[in-house]
Design a protein around this ligand. Structure first.
Ligand SMILES: [Zn+2]
Length: 285
């Protein structure tokens, strides 16, 4: 079966070198395996997503030379798909409404690590309605998976995050839910993303199984380009934006080569064309 992966930016800002690195891995590793890359615009957060960012992302991606297979999809247009996935979970008795505010949840958790939802509303029997969140009950099971970058990993989502929020109080679908539904619906077999999402993998695997997925996708989590030892790059780091580098006269192969160099994929900054990124994975690894 052909490998299918996806590039899935959120239109909440412009593309920066961190996205370029992810594109290098996604297109490079997928091409080295003879696969195809789908493009998915992750605009599930209606308050933060902007159409002008989406346009800029599409344009920058094209300028860089990364070409997806077929037309892209937008999460904001997939409401029925998410509703029917949620209906399946509801029928299985796994869904409940949650009236907790963000503050309720933060004050109940320990600081410093991820907040674990303590199940406050799990037995309240609240009806689902506007202004309430929607959660899915997770079993206390241990998820074991082999990551192509990290080897065998073990996670227990019920202890990490507790019952998963799938729709928030504002009515937005959450990343954890829609990414899992889309990966299943689009037949994604290889998920390639940054190490900052490694902790999400066990819960997405558990959710995928609840949704009836039998052949689970494989995962590759790759190192991030760090601004400092503890801070990852963000959209606010202006000097790393693809648009800014373009405006300063950089070429696409220079931008790609620079991102590959900053991540340690090559030992010096040199030109790398988008059409050649698979060589970074087939020759040296
Ligand atoms: Zn609650």
């Amino acid at each position: 079966m052909q490998v299918t992966s996806r590039f899935a930016p959120a239109p909440t800002g412009y593309l920066h070198l961190g996205h370029v690195l992810n594109a290098i891995y996604v297109w490079g590793v997928t091409a080295a395996r003879g696969g195809r890359v789908l493009l998915r615009i992750e605009d599930h957060d209606r308050q933060r997503s902007r159409i002008e960012y989406e346009r800029a992302i599409l344009e920058d991606l094209d300028w860089l030379g990364f070409r997806p297979a077929g037309p892209f999809v937008r999460q904001s247009e997939r409401h029925e798909i998410y509703e029917s996935a949620l209906a399946r979970l509801r029928t299985a008795g796994l869904v409940y409404a949650c009236e907790c505010s963000r503050n309720d949840i933060s004050s109940a958790g320990e600081s410093g690590t991820e907040f674990r939802y303590p199940g406050t509303c799990s037995a309240k029997g609240l009806s689902e309605r506007a202004g309430r969140g929607t959660r899915v009950r997770l079993a206390a099971s241990l998820e074991r998976f082999e990551d192509l970058g990290h080897g065998v990993c073990q996670q227990q989502p019920s202890e990490q995050c507790g019952d998963l929020l799938v729709r928030d109080r504002e009515g937005n679908w959450t990343y954890q839910f829609v990414a899992t539904v889309d990966d299943l619906a689009q037949g994604v077999t290889l998920v390639i993303r940054g190490d900052d999402l490694l902790a999400s993998t066990g819960r997405q695997i558990q959710m995928a199984r609840l949704l009836g997925r039998i052949d689970l996708p494989r995962f590759l989590h790759h190192p991030l380009i760090m601004k400092s030892a503890t801070q990852k790059l963000s959209k606010s780091d202006g000097d790393t934006g693809v648009r800014d580098l373009r405006a300063r006269g950089w070429t696409a192969p220079q931008v790609i080569g620079h991102a590959a160099f900053l991540a340690g994929l090559i030992d010096r900054s040199r030109d790398v064309a988008a059409s050649r990124v698979s060589s970074l994975f087939s020759e040296s690894r």
